[in-house]
Each structure stands twice: as structure tokens, then as C-alpha cells.
Ligand binder design. Structure first.
Ligand SMILES: Nc1ncnc2c1ncn2[C@@H]1O[C@H](COP(=O)(O)OP(=O)(O)OP(=O)(O)O)[C@@H](O)[C@H]1O
Ligand SMILES: [Mg+2]
Length: 256
């Protein structure tokens, strides 16, 4: 069984890509074969991991496979990173949402179709774009299990409420169940100000009874590792106390 996890929040800059790299790295560190998927047309995950060429490729890209899943095999599109495999984003994915809608047939189920018979990896971790459009819907429906990065501020509370409404709509429209496996309050800088404290308390009281709420602190080591195309679990990366938090998240989701 392949565990599929979407890392999603339509709010920009809440550490989706940073968490994708570190959760993929943490799962690989547990001995799992991991595929990270860059579903963001901006391709930051692809760039951070050093695959600019694949992002600019004109043929046989994730863009084409997303539009026409039955004609492509995921394995042919994957590149190898030192810690895990990557399905790179492609510059043409900026057209994808319009193309999916124009094409009509099951525009929100293409990613699910692409991963349907894929069982080579133990875990697939998908970095979603910062929008609530059809690509994000594809990520949600293809994985059915989500980790939601949030920031410790009032606007993140609003963003999570919008996301929950969208998940309800998808559950109703597609007769499926979507689980939130955890919230990751990310890039948190201590000492907390009142807004940050209120936000973390709200996340814990709103979700904490049923869903783990993890806190990842702002750390230079995290930024430095990602800038070097590695997770905190990569070779030669500086020690960082947040490794343990990512290892805990990986342990929770590994058997989800
Ligand atoms: N724990 C952390 N410590 C230090 N820097 C962090 C941490 N988490 C995220 N950042 C930084 O915050 C910025 C935003 O993070 P990231 O790109 O992962 O967010 P995102 O949600 O993927 O953004 P987008 O919505 O544009 O896709 C980046 O510069 C990243 O390096
Ligand atoms: Mg991102």
C-alpha cells in the first residue's frame, strides 16, 4: 500500500514546500521509498531540489501527464534526488487549470487517475499550489489525506476555515472522505506575540482533540538545508532540533 499525502493550504508562503521536503526526507529516513510531487506551477520544490531542466522540459512533462493520465507512466517522468524521487513541476503547468476545465471530462480526478496503479513507492507526498483551484482539488482527491501547514496568525485561521469549506464541498460532490492527518504551525518565532499565541491556542482548541497540531519553529538550519536542496535528514546537514518534530510527523503518517 502506498501512503498518499497532500500538503495543502491555499494561503501563500505558509511553508508547504519546506514541509514537503522535510516530510519526504523524514519518511525516507525511516527507510521508506518516497516520491515527492511538485504540483505547483511555480515549481519551487523542483527548483529547490535542483531540477530546473525538468521544469523547462518541452515534452513528456508532468503537465502533459496531468492532462492525459492514461497516456503516461509516472515512472518515466520521475527524477532521482539524493533522499527521495521527485515528479517535477513544469513551466507549462501555468496553463493547466484552464486546460483542465476546457477539457471537461473529470478535470478534478486526473491526478488520481495518474497515480491509480502506481505502487512502487511506499509514500507519495504532494506539494500543492497556493490556490483553491482545480490543481489543489486534484491533489486533495488523489491523496485523500492531508497535512495542512499554517502560520501562527489570524489570517491563517481564516484560511483554514476556507479550506475546510472546500473540503466539505469536495466530499459532497465526489462522495469521498478526506482526512486531515495533522496541522503544522510553521516558521514560528519565539517569543510569541499575542496574535501568535491566540492563533496557536485556536488551532489547538479547534483541532487538537482529534488531530495532531505540530509546531515547527523558524530555524536557519531549515532554510539553509532547503536552499541547498536537502531536507534536515540529508547528508552533512547541520543538526537541528526540528528534526525530531518532522520524525514524529513522519511516524504518524507512515501508516496512515
Ligand atoms: N521553519 C522555517 N524556518 C526558516 N524558514 C522557513 C521555515 N519554514 C519556511 N521558511 C521560509 O519561509 C518561506 C516560505 O516557505 P515555503 O516556500 O515553504 O512556503 P509555501 O507555502 O510553499 O509558499 P507558496 O505558497 O509560495 O508555495 C521560504 O523562504 C522558506 O525558506
Ligand atoms: Mg510552495
Amino acid at each position: 500500500m502506498t501512503v498518499k499525502i497532500g500538503i495543502t493550504n491555499q494561503k501563500g508562503g505558509v511553508a508547504k514546500t519546506t514541509n514537503t521536503i522535510n516530510i519526504a526526507g523524514a519518511l525516507a529516513d525511516r527507510g521508506l521509498d518516497v516520491l515527492a510531487v511538485d504540483a505547483d506551477p511555480q515549481g519551487y520544490l523542483t527548483h529547490r531540489l535542483g531540477f530546473e531542466d525538468a521544469y523547462l522540459a518541452e515534452e513528456d512533462s508532468f503537465y502533459e501527464a496531468f492532462k492525459d493520465p492514461s497516456s503516461y507512466d509516472v515512472h518515466d517522468l520521475v527524477v532521482q534526488h539524493a533522499e527521495f524521487d521527485l515528479l517535477p513541476s513544469n513551466i507549462d503547468m501555468f496553463h493547466l487549470e484552464q486546460d483542465l476545465i476546457a477539457a471537461g471530462m473529470k478535470p478534478r480526478l486526473r491526478l488520481q487517475m495518474l497515480f491509480e496503479d502506481v505502487d512502487e513507492w511506499d509514500a507519495i507526498v504532494v506539494d500543492a499550489p497556493p490556490s483553491l483551484g482545480p490543481i489543489n482539488d486534484n491533489v486533495v482527491l488523489a491523496t485523500g489525506q492531508l497535512l495542512v501547514p499554517v502560520e501562527a496568525d489570524a489570517s491563517s485561521q481564516l484560511a483554514v476555515n476556507h479550506l475546510l469549506r472546500q473540503l466539505d464541498t469536495l466530499e459532497d460532490n465526489y462522495g469521498t472522505r478526506i482526512d486531515i492527518l495533522g496541522l503544522i504551525v510553521s516558521n514560528v518565532d519565539y517569543p510569541l506575540d499575542n496574535e501568535q499565541r491566540d492563533a496557536i491556542e485556536w488551532f489547538e482548541s479547534r483541532f487538537g482533540e482529534h488531530i495532531p497540531v505540530h509546531v515547527i519553529r523558524r530555524r536557519v538550519a531549515i532554510k539553509r538545508a532547503v536552499d541547498a536542496g536537502q531536507s534536515l535528514f540529508g547528508d552533512g546537514v547541520d543538526d537541528c532540533d526540528m528534526r525530531d518534530v518532522y520524525a514524529t510527523i513522519a511516524a504518524e503518517v507512515a501508516d496512515a
